[in-house]
Design a protein around this ligand. Structure first.
Ligand SMILES: [Zn+2]
Length: 278
């Protein structure tokens, strides 16, 4: 099976993290050779935003997203939300032409609700999440959502912000919750968690949902696929995740055809991917 012609997009990868400082260039080169054309790099804390913007500005395969992640609420301040709005207000077509560092912003992320972590203040999580949803609505940007044990609450917020679209990254909910997201025009992230045979419920969703529900992601350096479970995850492994998706998809379509659809799904939900010539 020749898989080298299929273009792939990693819709969620923390390539800005320190753990990639030594091998980031080599990884990007390996990705190019594997036909991984684009990588979305979401932010988790304000202190990381500038590094992400600089990295993405210098490397045209990288697309930034800016956000405040629910697992780091202790590091967030209300003024970070103002800074997010301020940065977005400078992200105009005119500034882009004048080499503003915010180029091809993929969306607002990584934002969301994580009720799996212990001793978390749900109220504060909900505050940052809902404020960032408002900002995304104001600037008409897609959202990259992290949701663990919180899908019903996330869906409730999406019902209050009906114009929003985006990706539920590392999807882990039920079939019914998936349908709720899909009805609102969201896509679901398929990544490392689906590669473990024990994840039977999650894996069964692939065949039960339409193929246009899905986008591929690695969430590197976390969520390593099974074949690399003891290693740092890398966007290079996206092709393995893609093969796993194709093996679960209940259809006789060729691998390349399936990949073409997933590639299109990602471009459909993240319009900034159209800004660069691919
Ligand atoms: Zn993430």
């Amino acid at each position: 099976m020749d898989t080298q012609n299929a273009s792939l997009i990693d819709s969620h990868c923390h390539l800005d993290f320190l753990v990639f400082d030594d091998d980031r260039s080599a990884i990007m080169q390996a990705c190019r050779e594997a036909n991984i054309q684009s990588i979305i790099v979401p932010g988790v804390c304000r202190k990381d935003w500038q590094k992400i913007l600089s990295l993405c500005y210098k490397n045209d395969m990288l697309y930034p997203a800016l956000g405040l992640h629910p697992c780091f609420i202790d590091e967030h301040h209300a003024k970070d939300l103002h800074e997010l709005s301020r940065l977005l207000s400078t992200n105009t077509a005119k500034n882009a032409a004048e080499n503003s560092e915010i180029q091809n912003l993929a969306g607002i992320g990584e934002i969301g609700l994580d009720f799996f972590i212990k001793n978390t203040d749900r109220k504060i999580q909900i505050y940052y999440f809902s404020e960032q949803l408002k900002i995304a609505t104001q600037y008409q940007l897609p959202v990259l959502i992290h949701a663990r044990k919180s899908h019903d609450e996330v869906i409730k917020h999406l019902k209050e912000n009906t114009s929003l679209k985006g990706i539920i990254h590392a999807y882990s909910g039920s079939y019914e919750q998936a349908k709720e997201y899909l009805n609102r025009g969201f896509k679901l992230g398929f990544g490392g968690a689906f590669t473990y045979p024990k994840a039977t419920k999650l894996r069964s969703l692939v065949a039960r949902l339409p193929i246009d529900a899905w986008v591929l992601e690695t969430d590197a350096p976390d969520m390593s696929p099974m074949a690399h479970h003891s290693e740092k995850n890398s966007p290079q492994y996206l092709l393995e995740i893609a093969r796993e998706f194709a093996s679960l998809y209940d259809n006789k379509a060729e691998f390349e055809q399936i990949m073409k659809q997933l590639y299109q799904n990602t471009r459909d939900i993240l319009p900034s991917l159209h800004n660069r010539q691919l």
